[in-house]
Design a protein around this ligand. Structure first.
Ligand code: SF4
Length: 195
């Protein structure tokens, strides 16, 4: 394909990076399935063109040869590709069998971070969870955010009254286990990081 043809087919998508709660605006140039570039969206009022390296790595995820594009089943002869209906039936049968034998809470569920920034996930997961009825639920929140919520509840009266560091008027800041310049600051992103 010539350069001219590639240019003709080039399209631009404006999207939100769904890898973390900073939800940076991104501009994706692509030619059909082929991603040509991923850049920060300068017109996004929230992120103003900022992205961390994870956003450009979305292309690697998209093009990874090992990326799962359809369900697979582990068999004695290795992984076997199966159809969605078959996969969903098998998963449902497995869930029912475990819960019937060992009780509802014997089934553990882990919800990864991108679920919270995915419209399909947001609309459907609630129904899935309420029909499965297990109390054994784990997530990015249960790993690293619940202590914040508990402290906020006891200190400020509500779990979501989470204090945002006033970076601009801070003289000394010690950060343990985080790098806001790489992660875009998460909750403290907008008010602090770009001034
Ligand atoms: S900080 Fe990085 S991972 Fe998070 S939304 Fe922005 S680009 Fe994506």
């Amino acid at each position: 394909m010539s350069n001219e043809q590639t240019k003709t087919n080039e399209q631009t998508h404006f999207r939100t990076c769904n890898l973390c709660e900073a939800m940076c605006g991104i501009v994706i140039k692509h030619d059909g399935e082929k991603v040509l570039s991923i850049k920060g969206d300068k017109d996004d009022p929230f992120s103003q063109g900022y992205i961390c390296p994870k956003a450009t790595a979305l292309q690697d995820l998209h093009e990874d040869n090992d990326r799962l594009r359809q369900p697979v089943e582990r068999t004695t002869h290795g992984w076997k590709e199966i159809g969605w209906s078959e996969a969903l039936d098998k998963v449902a049968a497995g869930i029912q069998s475990v819960q019937k034998k060992h009780g509802k809470n014997a089934l553990g569920i882990y919800l990864g971070n991108p679920n919270v920034h995915n419209l399909g996930g947001m609309l459907t997961i609630k129904h899935l969870l309420s029909s499965i009825k297990t109390r054994s639920r784990f997530s990015a929140t249960s790993i690293d955010q619940l202590p914040h919520h508990i402290v906020s509840m006891h200190l400020f009266g509500h779990m979501l009254r989470i204090p945002v560091p006033d970076v601009n008027r801070t003289q000394y800041m010690l950060i343990i286990g985080g790098n806001p310049l790489a992660s875009n600051g998460s909750i403290m992103t907008a008010p602090n990081m770009r001034q």
